[in-house]
Design a protein around this ligand. Structure first.
Ligand SMILES: [Zn+2]
Ligand SMILES: [Zn+2]
Length: 172
């Protein structure tokens, strides 16, 4: 038997997914991931990135207005937009986010019916908590989950590796 990390709790699990989602972010000033969850099921995910088809900060530089980069759509908004474009009801959802939302994302999450925010880090400049408090949205802070993904293929007796000739190299 291979040694195994502790099985993650639901909160750790969804926050770890949010961390993974944030790997797709395109603004070097911030990598944020958001996972909207209802009844322990993922409704949608989002990361901060440009409008589809537009330039990325990491290629052409940030677009700074009042000391903020305004090029990207924030993770939380992208997750809500994914729900909008697929007709998914967000009322009563929980939002698992790598960090405390900015003021505008907080307002959007409240308006979309989010009832709880679960984060593991803060954001430098936000009135989110004030808005959440007034709207009675619960804010839960937990320890940052393990960064490592525990998938030890060599220890699984039922797993069979793909032969090198059949595997396709992953392209960035
Ligand atoms: Zn940027
Ligand atoms: Zn935001």
């Amino acid at each position: 038997m291979a040694k195994r990390n502790k099985r993650p709790s639901w909160d750790e699990y969804f926050l770890k997914v949010a961390m993974l989602v944030s790997e797709r972010a395109t603004c070097p000033r911030m990598h944020c991931g958001c996972v909207l969850v209802k009844d322990k099921q993922i409704l949608a995910t989002g990361y901060n990135g440009s409008i589809p088809g537009d330039d990325h900060c990491e290629d052409v530089g940030c677009m700074i207005v009042d000391n903020h980069c305004v090029r990207t759509i924030h993770a939380e908004i992208n997750a809500l937009l994914q729900c909008a474009s697929h007709g998914v009801n967000t009322f009563g959802a929980k939002a698992y986010i790598t960090n405390m939302p900015c003021t505008n994302c907080a307002k959007a999450l409240i308006a979309a019916g989010t009832k709880e925010i679960i984060i593991f880090s803060e954001y430098h400049d936000t009135l989110a908590e004030k808005f959440f408090e007034k709207a009675k949205v619960k804010v839960k802070r937990i320890k940052m989950p393990e960064k490592e993904i525990d998938y030890d293929i060599d220890s699984f007796s039922s797993a069979k590796k793909i032969l090198p000739a059949k595997s396709i190299k992953m392209k960035r």
